[in-house]
Design a protein around this ligand. Structure first.
Ligand code: CTP
Length: 397
């Protein structure tokens, strides 16, 4: 379980003599597969060089809340959003007190307030300071807020004292960061996801397409990456940012999507068909723009191949999850798709409700497998995606 593959870890280095060990913490986090960025406080800078941290992390060290250039590139909100976990190691008595009171007077404390990521602290200080009532109470407050404390070790300290307060070993810190991602359920698995709408050309300027935004597919991509899967995306027309940690192939038409899927499908463990694939394409694509006086009154259409159905027919098919976008007879239509396409599960979407489904940020779905139908209540697409992936891993892996 000690796997940080695909995880983004933000290391906060604050003012304690043990800050000299922070480059080693970066290395141990990287050994477990993490991408690491570092924020250093003024105190931290007294004990370790930014150049060392920049060299090992292979990223610029972030140190200033008021740096205009940094805010343009990766500011405090971006850093807060970027991280899957924040570990402050060493966490000085002052930094712990600041977190406790929600202060935001430097980059590290501000990022902690702005992040939704898991926060861990590895205290490091003189044994008498660590034994003080103030520190004990501060740690208890943070603990009650969900901050994980990596307990310091006992032994001889830099000041000559002997007691509890030595920074935990870098390898132990890295392992405890990895432990918080107990949802490494797809570690070692390969997942292929189709995302977005396809575009079927009529002539060089017109096309047939649909309203798919790619939000649900990209949320699933994120959930798979978070669960440790090697994730590949076949992406059509979308209006969301692409999950950067996935391998991505861009396509335009249903035919291109079919070819791209078939090229990649062989080694996959899981196929999620989330794309809104056009069922038909114009039989002939006009080479030139069709003029309005051309007397064209209809466009002849040819049926596109059903990608999901084709994958389900493969001899060594992966676990196949389809979507059913419906406006009526919801369960009946979705059940029919489950049977006809012979997939392992279908996620039913009510696209008649504009507050959920296509293009919106929220969704409410039913998870239909051969055995049962379960409702996943209305929530953000990201939460829905995580719940879908949990069910998929529970039932099929
Ligand atoms: N799908 C596919 N290839 C197609 C059409 C659909 O892979 N040419 C997949 C979709 O990605 C989805 C599932 O099949 O996972 C169902 O798609 P949907 O549009 O709901 O249904 P259709 O099969 O197209 O049937 P209908 O349009 O009649 O509802």
């Amino acid at each position: 379980m000690n796997n940080l593959a695909n995880k983004r870890v933000l290391l906060g280095v604050s003012g304690s003599i043990a800050a000299y060990k922070s480059p080693d913490i970066v290395r141990r986090l990287q050994d477990l597969g993490a991408e690491v960025r570092v924020i250093i406080t003024n105190g931290g800078r007294e004990f370790v060089s930014e150049l060392s941290l920049q060299t090992v992390s292979k990223n610029k060290v972030h140190d200033n809340l008021w740096d205009k250039d940094a805010e343009l590139a990766m500011g405090h909100i971006e850093l807060a959003k970027w991280a899957d976990a924040v570990i402050i190691a060493p966490a000085s008595a002052n930094t712990i007190a600041k977190l406790c009171h929600g202060k935001a007077d430097d980059l590290l404390s501000t990022v902690i307030l702005a992040t939704k990521a898991a926060v861990l602290i590895a205290p490091s200080m003189n044994q008498q300071m660590f034994a003080s009532k103030a520190i004990k109470e501060n740690l208890e407050i943070l603990n009650n807020r969900g901050v994980v404390t990596i307990e310091p070790g006992f032994g001889e300290q830099a000041c000559g004292d002997v007691g509890e307060g030595r920074l935990a070993e870098p390898i132990e810190i890295a392992k405890q960061v990895a432990n918080i991602f107990s949802n490494n359920t797809l570690s070692g698995k390969k997942v292929l996801i189709t995302i977005g709408g396809t575009i079927e050309a009529i002539d060089p300027v017109r096309y047939i397409s649909n309203h798919s935004s790619g939000k649900m597919g990209m949320a699933l991509a994120h959930a798979c990456v978070q669960a440790g899967a090697e994730t590949t995306l076949i992406v059509g027309s979308i209006s969301v940012d692409v999950e950067k940690r996935a391998n991505v192939t861009y396509i335009t038409s249903a035919n291109e999507m079919y070819d791209a899927v078939m090229k990649k499908i062989k080694s996959q463990d899981l196929f999620i068909s989330c794309a809104a694939v056009a069922d038909f394409r114009p039989t002939k694509i006009s080479q030139n723009k069709i003029k309005k006086d051309s007397n064209l009154s209809s466009i002849e259409l040819t049926r596109n191949k059903d990608i999901l159905e084709s994958v389900c027919k493969l001899k060594n098919k992966p676990i196949c999850i389809g979507f059913a976008a419906e406006t009526e007879n919801f369960i009946a239509n979705a059940t029919a798709k489950l049977e006809i396409k012979k997939c392992d599960a279908i996620i039913l979407n009510d696209i008649s409700n504009t507050e959920i489904g296509l293009n919106s940020d929220e969704n409410e779905v039913h998870f239909l497998s051969q055995e049962k139908t379960e409702k996943i209540d209305r929530s953000s697409k990201q939460i829905i995606a995580e719940k879908i992936i949990k069910k998929v891993t529970k039932y099929f892996f």
